[in-house]
Design a protein around this ligand. Structure first.
Ligand code: GLA
Length: 554
């Protein structure tokens, strides 16, 4: 059965790769996270045509192209204003004296792809933050179609990052406060209208913008700007830990451009790169590729780590274990519910520590082969039912590829790994009535989903609840009543910690009512699951729901 699944997956991948033609050239469609280089982290707005072309050459000469780095992305700094009569966007006269076309052509001549940058409003962030005065009226606002035609058909760019300073009132002269969903949807439509099907749009709105974002883009920033400091990297990892449900089907949480090879320690660089790989973030090198330290190049050329990032399942690792301040994250590789998984044992603290994870928590049975992906060597296998324990340095992580003899069905589904249909981080969730994840020491994994219910779309879904053969299960929902959900005792009965409905797929919901009003309260529901993936949805269209800790399958 596993063999058949594996063959089907391989066939689907081949079909996808053969399917697309771009301007006459056969191009494989790749939906994996974008890999490349971007000018911003090292050069800010101080870029030029020759600098960009030298970086493109270096990507080839260093072998980075051969391991999958492909996009050369020109960030802010290339703008030369806009001709207000024709509306034509202008390129900076001294930084790019020959215009953009020769630069894009050079990148393409190396077999690489070219990326560009713009803003959803009138001005760019460099205009505001770096006093790049020429970058006024250069954003896409009101020029979506014209600029898209220029970027993608005339110049031939393959990728665009769209920033939002021009839409954020205090960062633009016009005090425009634009709606991100409306703006990015219009920009997506303008790109579609060019006829190009292979352009990647990166949304740069500095927090997880909302579940609409995967309909209009291939990746989206989830944090403010990265800097070359451990605190910054640690903070971004923390911001992405509970976003795994929103990375799927070739759409990814962008943890920002890499600071690897700049000023952090070798250990911190390894953690930074390794976590970006296993969390399926785009990998955009941010250092000077013409002058790489040997250990930086060795790290960036680590194909075994890159394979986690470019895995055809497009999964972001989720938190399996949270002990003290350390975490274990895991994800399937190659085949869902198969025998191969990747795990990261992550220690963001300032002290070395031993991190352990039971193979049972990872649903792996029989003897488990372990490969250390930084050292690129096999470790001693873990015996059946055993525990993997590894020493992890301060600010460090160990990333392993695990290959087991068997796979058990997952029984614990944490709420913090589930999809909240209204999840967003742009506005105050309590004000707009959208659910979010919250720390709670009573909960397993010390996180809950809260603010659920009240409208049909404010639900929680586990979208991949797997049953090997399909059968009857008892689902236990571990709930924590909250101030909104508790209802006082009515004439007919007891006080309740809240109520909600449980539906499998599109089936009708079964109502459950919590007997207790304090602490952790379990409720159970009997359901029938089909073989393969099932969706379990908890909702309450009108009333507030209790906080959800996790779901346990029996
Ligand atoms: C914003 C983005 C950065 C970079 C700069 C350019 O700050 O978040 O990644 O693109 O703008 O000005």
């Amino acid at each position: 059965m596993k063999q058949i699944l594996r063959l089907t997956a391989a066939f689907a991948l081949c079909a996808l790769m053969a399917a697309c033609t771009t301007r006459g050239i056969q191009e494989p469609i790749s939906k994996t996270p974008t890999m490349g280089w971007s000018s911003w982290n090292t050069y800010s707005i101080n870029i030029s045509d020759s600098l960009i072309m030298r970086q493109a050459d270096a990507m080839v000469e260093t072998g980075l192209k051969d391991v999958g780095f492909k996009y050369i992305n020109i960030d802010d700094g290339y703008f030369g204003g806009r001709d207000m009569e024709s509306g034509q966007l202008l390129i900076h006269p001294t930084r790019f004296p020959g215009g953009m076309k020769p630069v894009v052509d050079h990148i393409h001549s190396l077999g690489l792809k070219a990326g560009i940058y713009s803003d959803a409003g009138y001005n760019t962030c460099g205009n505001y933050w770096n006093r790049d005065t020429i970058a006024q009226n250069v954003g896409l606002y009101g020029h979506e179609r014209q600029d898209a035609e220029f970027f993608f058909n005339e110049l031939g760019f393959d990728f665009i990052k769209v920033d939002f300073c021009g839409g954020t009132a205090w960062q633009n002269n016009q005090r425009l406060a634009l709606d991100p969903q409306t703006r990015y949807t219009a920009i997506h439509e303008a790109i579609e209208a060019t006829g190009r099907k292979d352009v990647r749009l990166n949304v740069c709105r500095w927090d997880y913008p909302g579940t609409w974002v995967s309909d209009v883009s291939t990746s989206w920033r989830i944090s403010g700007d990265i800097s070359s400091r451990w605190q910054s990297v640690k903070g971004i990892i923390a911001q992405s830990l509970y976003l795994s449900a929103y990375a799927f089907d070739g759409h990814f949480n962008d943890m920002d451009m890499l600071e690897v090879g700049r000023t952090m320690s070798a250990e911190e660089d390894r953690t930074h790169f390794g976590m970006w790989c296993i969390m399926a973030s785009p990998l955009l090198i941010g250092c000077d590729m013409t002058n790489l330290k040997p250990e930086t190049l060795q790290l960036l050329l680590n194909e075994e780590l890159i394979a986690l990032n470019q895995d055809p399942l497009y999964l972001q690792a989720y938190v399996v274990r949270h002990d003290g301040d350390t975490y274990v994250l895991a994800k399937d590789l190659l085949e869902r519910e198969g025998l191969v998984r990747a795990a990261a044992l992550y220690n963001p603290t300032d002290d070395p520590i031993v991190i352990s994870v039971d193979m049972a928590e990872l649903c792996l049975t029989g003897e488990v082969k372990v490969r250390d992906l930084f050292a690129r060597r096999d470790l001693v296998p873990v015996a059946a039912g055993g525990t993997l324990s590894l020493a992890v340095p301060a600010h460090g992580c160990r990333i392993v590829r695990l290959e087991a003899q068997g796979r058990a069905e997952r029984t614990l589904y944490e709420a913090e790994t589930a999809y909240l249909s209204s999840y967003q981080e742009l506005y105050n969730s309590s004000v707009v009535g959208s659910a979010f994840y919250q720390a709670n020491d009573l909960a397993s994994g010390r996180m809950v989903a809260t603010g659920l219910g009240g409208t049909p779309v404010n639900d929680i879904r586990w979208r991949n609840v797997y049953s090997d053969k399909g059968s009857k299960y008892t689902l236990t929902f571990r709930c924590i009543p909250n101030a909104r959900s508790v209802t006082p005792a009515g004439r007919m009965g007891q006080a309740s910690g809240g109520s909600f409905y449980v539906a499998v797929g599109d089936g009708e919901g079964q109502m459950v009512r919590l007997a207790g009003t304090e602490g952790v309260v379990d409720v159970t529901v009997d359901v029938t699951l089909s073989a393969g993936d099932n969706e379990i949805r908890l909702y309450n269209d009108r009333g507030a729901m209790p906080d959800i800790d996790c779901m346990i399958l029996n």
